[in-house]
Write a protein that binds this ligand. Sequence first.
Ligand code: PAF
Length: 286
Amino acid sequence: MQTANTLDMLRTLTATLRKDGSTLGLVPTMGALHKGHLTLIKAARDACDHVVASIFVNPTQFGPNEDLDAYPRQLEEDSAMLEAEGCSLLWAPTVEAMYPQGFASSIAVSGVSANFCGASRPGHFDGVATVVCKLFNQVQPDMAFFGEKDFQQLAVIRTMARDLDLTAPRVEAIIGVPTVRESDGLAMSSRNRYLSSEDRAAAATLPAAMREAIARIADGTEVRQTLRGLEDALLGAGFSQVDYAQLADATSLEPLEVLGSKDARLLVAAKIGGTRLIDNMAVNPA
Ligand code: PAF
């Protein structure tokens, strides 16, 4: 696996990989890799000739009260994991390479960014959209792979790609890869490492209560009442705060009061022991 730290180097190396008509799959990450990321690499490897992974802790998607400096950085370990997984190229730019002196542009994707994590993290999705747009332009992949774990992020990126014509032939497809879960159902996340053993055990209530709520909605129980029950179950299990527990249209992320004939998603964010966990699950149309 080769590593590029400058845009010139990246362009030379991607041109070489593409030379014989080979396809490139991009997996954007912020590092601190876990099994969930490796599933994205595997999906990219299965679909494309070469995998390009990026590791960049993107400062523009952190709010003033979010600790950018505390975000785990382990480039050597991550690099070894990517190489073992068959990645061809690692794009690991510096902050100066990504945002040179005088950088003044930003992409805002309205609507789909507004609710859920967008409401509690103002500017977060502008930072995500801007850096992902840059990554698409820098790498020019045939396909790009993102975890469904960050479902709102995936919806924002798909909307941006559609609106700004970043889709085919520039990026042939944006692939959402299903969430990888621990044996007790907890979605894998770099944040799980911050949980105490007691909170880690209680955190498994999140996916269990979500599955229960989905079964109730499918049985016809009122959505609002079901979501209140879900919140109560989390608070009863030791979560200190539920930021949102909401049924939404799977594409526009418009909140739904009833399950209609379109694909829906149950999205939850809740805090336990100071760690904010997010999860989402598909809810089949009625
Ligand atoms: O999901 C992430 O790790 C980041 O938000 C992304 C997509 C790499 C953009 O910085």
